[in-house]
Design a protein around this ligand. Structure first.
Ligand SMILES: [Zn+2]
Length: 108
């Protein structure tokens, strides 16, 4: 890690500490995890596309799974991937959460 990015992380940690008690070590590992998750999501997102959005069902196509369709249901402001055994944290739910149309439904 370069001195510059370490300095930035220390500053971020200072800001975060105002909001909640968190040690620098915990903060670092949390930041790294979030960064990893973000990268995973971006990689996955390249292979996922929207097929259709109908009422509370969003249909996605996942090229990583041979172009299989995945259905994400939005109910009571919660998302679950029906195709992934009602998972609420698979890549399809993550992808759906980033879509403006889904955000609109969630903010209603
Ligand atoms: Zn899924």
């Amino acid at each position: 890690m370069s001195g510059e990015s370490l300095r930035q992380l220390e500053q971020k940690h200072e800001t975060e500490k105002q909001k909640r008690a968190i040690s620098f070590a915990a903060f670092i590992s949390e930041s790294a995890l979030m960064e990893l998750e973000r990268r995973d999501m971006l990689t996955a997102a390249q292979f996922i596309s929207v097929v259709g959005f109908n009422e509370d069902i969003l249909t996605l196509k996942d090229e990583r799974k041979g172009g299989r369709f995945f259905e994400v249901q939005i109910r009571n402001k919660k998302l679950r991937c029906i195709t992934d055994k009602n998972s609420s944290d698979c890549a399809h739910v993550g992808f759906a959460l980033a879509l403006p149309e889904v955000r609109k439904v969630l903010s209603r």
